[in-house]
Design a protein around this ligand. Structure first.
Ligand code: HEM
Length: 259
């Protein structure tokens, strides 16, 4: 790959992706509130969703956390903590690998129900299927990098990625040089990763911005009814809602005191 192409792909393309990601999300939030949702298919089919969704989300959140901390923590912090590059490389492979496999199984289940259940397939927007396949491809590329990384356990390649990511975020387009000579599998993984940021605002991924993490620090606000404990209390959304329970409350005639 020539230097000019490398600079364009790893020096400038990241800024295009980050700009569209941030501005696009803001504009969609502002203009298209009714489309700001996950577009859940749970009502159409519960089967495969619990395992698929849980494995996928746990896996991808762990990968996100690992990538965020692993790529964006300044190298001197690891050095100050006495964490060697080879230990960090091993950690990325082990934790990232386990999370990647969990995520892979989850996404396979999700893709299967979305593609092969006729009702879900028919109610899916092309973007719903495209983003699933894109994430699946990115995951496959990410897992493939492990076999390359096993060949340089001293962590020197990983340091290049850290320098690149931190260079981009500190506005140094010359950072592209750090990844000029890395294995093509890494390059493909970086490019597709940036592309996911690029298409993010146009997909159901926007729900990530609305993840209800605030509940974690807000105890006591949420009312939760278990399904089986005690008498079944009809709620407005419950299937147990009977015509009697939805009848508007009317004032009953009070018994007149006996004279
Ligand atoms: C812009 C976005 C992304 C960047 C820059 C990025 C970068 C990287 C890098 C540099 C590695 C190699 C780490 C090492 O061994 O030294 C890696 C590994 C990996 N990536 Fe990504 N990645 C991105 C997005 C994603 C996404 C969206 C997924 C999941 C769908 C993913 C899944 C993985 C997996 C499973 C591995 C292997 C395990 C690991 O080393 O953590 N990556 N990624």
């Amino acid at each position: 790959m020539s230097t000019a192409i490398n600079d364009a792909l790893f020096g400038w393309y990241p800024y295009l992706c980050l700009t569209v990601f941030l501005l696009g999300s803001l504009i969609r939030f502002d203009r298209e509130q009714y489309t700001w949702k996950t577009g859940s298919s749970q009502l159409l089919r519960r089967r495969q969703l619990r395992w698929g969704s849980n494995l996928f989300h746990v896996g991808i959140l762990a990968i996100f956390g690992g990538h965020f901390v692993g790529l964006l923590t300044p190298i001197w912090v690891f050095d100050a903590l006495g964490i060697s590059h080879s230990f960090k490389q091993g950690l990325a492979i082990t934790v990232g690998g386990i999370a990647g496999i969990a995520c892979f199984i989850g996404i396979a289940l999700l893709a299967h129900r979305r593609l092969f259940d006729a009702r879900i397939r028919n109610t899916s927007a092309p973007g719903d299927i495209a983003i699933l396949l894109l994430l699946w491809l990115q995951l496959t590329l990410g897992l493939s990098t492990i076999f390359v990384s096993l060949g340089h356990m001293d962590g020197h390649e990983m340091v290049k990625f850290m320098n690149w990511a931190q260079g981009i975020l500190t506005l140094q387009p010359a950072a592209a040089a750090y990844v000029a000579d890395v294995n093509p599998i890494f390059k493909a993984h970086l490019l597709l990763g940036m592309t996911i940021f690029l298409v993010f605002p146009f997909t159901r991924l926007v729900h990530v911005w609305s993840a209800p993490i605030w509940y974690l620090g807000r105890p006591g606000y949420q009312v939760v009814r278990t399904r089986f404990a005690g008498r079944r209390v009809p709620t407005p959304m419950s299937p147990a809602r009977s015509p009697a329970s939805v009848r508007p409350a009317v004032a009953r005639p009070t018994r007149q005191p006996a004279e």
